[in-house]
Design a binder for this molecule. Structure first.
Ligand SMILES: *Cc1c(COP(=O)(O)O)cnc(C)c1O
Length: 380
């Protein structure tokens, strides 16, 4: 089955009891048992629920893994994965990962006895040098947020295998439509499904897919023990969103390409960060491991232009955190998503005060272009 067909028909795509062409919302906490001491497929909804199971089977098939798991948020999914590790374990983390991941690491996981080394995962020597006897995993994102940095997933997973480390990839920005890290050797892939997979800014959810039976059992055990599961309503909504992933991603990509060309030609733009920029030094890796360039683009206005007048002057593109939805969303990382990072570190990592991140939606692109054009005029 081709990927675009899998989106509609893989996993559990219909109700086995009634034949309903969508899996219904099984709004139940518990299930009648016919035999004392038997172990029916469903016994309690924290452990398993048919609506959640359907979306878990679907993401498993889309990422090409052994088992899939759905959580109440991307952050809950990340926490569940880090719960594989124990006091004394050490983990290597990419330096441009999601801000909430750093918050979880610095204010929760370190208190519980895990230690971390933050590195630029694009630099294999730097990753290698960070490995200690107690290192258990490498955790990364590619492309990163908001600078669209690209890490060679195959190179990292080869190193991980040689050193007996798990490789964990947050695949939120690319989605399995564009990039499938398990096929490149990763052990665990996870998502904030609140973004492209849900796709409509109406849902907070997280997904994890693992390769290997044993790892699947361990993550499943933790999902049940910790209990941060996705409820049946949101599981249903997520499966509904995923069905249109291909058509949405095609529209996101087409629009983003046009916006990239517009920005590139525009004298008011100082810098652009976009995986589809053929002049970027990581473009070779992009071509090797991604089936497209996605719908995220970041840029800087020329000095002297007012970011505030530009952003507040937009009429269609909406000022908001989050990304990956049908409507275009714009934000300024320095004062919004990345505001919690101390300025010195933020600037050192390349996230300037002028940086703007745009999640390109699927509106008619001419409307987005004229919105950008008129807002740039107001910025002067
Ligand atoms: C949003 C996001 C998360 C966190 O997910 P939530 O669903 O908001 O908890 C994790 N990783 C990336 C890359 C994200 O963009």
């Amino acid at each position: 089955m081709n990927f675009n067909t899998k989106l509609i028909h893989a996993g559990v795509s219909r109700d086995n009891i009634t034949g309903a062409v969508n899996v219904p919302i099984y709004q139940a906490s518990t299930y009648a048992q016919t035999k004392l001491g038997g172990h029916p497929e469903y016994e309690y909804s924290r452990t398993g629920n048919p609506t959640r199971r359907a979306v878990e089977e679907l993401i498993k098939d889309l990422e090409g893994g052994t088992a899939g798991f759905a959580f109440a948020s991307g952050s809950a999914a990340i926490h569940n994965v880090f719960s594989l590790f124990s006091t004394g374990d050490h983990i290597i983390v990419g330096n441009d990962v999601y801000g909430g991941t750093f918050r979880l690491i610095n204010t929760v996981l370190k208190r519980q006895g895990l230690s971390f080394t933050v590195v630029d995962t694009r630099n294999l020597a730097e990753v290698k040098a960070a490995i200690r006897p107690n290192t258990k995993a490498i955790y990364l994102e590619t492309p990163t947020n908001p600078l669209m940095q690209i890490t060679d997933i195959t190179a990292i997973t080869e190193l991980g295998k040689a050193e007996k480390l798990l490789t964990v990839v947050d695949n939120t920005f690319a989605t399995p439509y564009i990039q499938q890290p398990l096929k490149l050797g990763a052990d665990i892939v996870l998502h904030s499904a609140s973004k492209y997979l849900g796709g409509h800014s109406d849902l907070v959810a997280g997904l994890v897919v693992v390769k290997g039976q044993r790892l699947g059992e361990r993550i499943g055990y933790l999902q049940n023990a910790i209990g941060g599961i996705l409820g049946p309503q949101d599981s249903w909504l997520l499966q509904r969103g995923i069905k249109t992933l291909a058509v949405r991603m095609q529209a996101h990509e087409k629009n983003t390409q046009k916006i990239f060309e517009f920005l590139k030609e525009n004298k008011d733009i100082a810098k652009i960060y976009y995986p589809g920029d053929p002049m970027a030094k990581d473009f070779k890796i992009v071509k090797k491991q991604m089936n497209g360039f996605g719908g995220m683009i970041s840029f800087e206005l020329k000095k002297g232009l007012s970011i505030q007048r530009f952003i507040e002057g937009l009429q269609i593109i909406t000022l908001a955190e989050s990304l990956g939805a049908v409507e275009s969303l714009i934000e300024v990382p320095a004062v919004m998503t990345h505001g919690a990072i101390p300025e010195k570190i933020r600037l050192k990592n390349g996230i300037s005060n002028e940086l703007i991140r745009l999640s390109v939606g699927i509106e008619q692109v001419e409307d987005l272009l004229s919105d950008l054009r008129q807002a740039l005029a107001k910025a002067k």
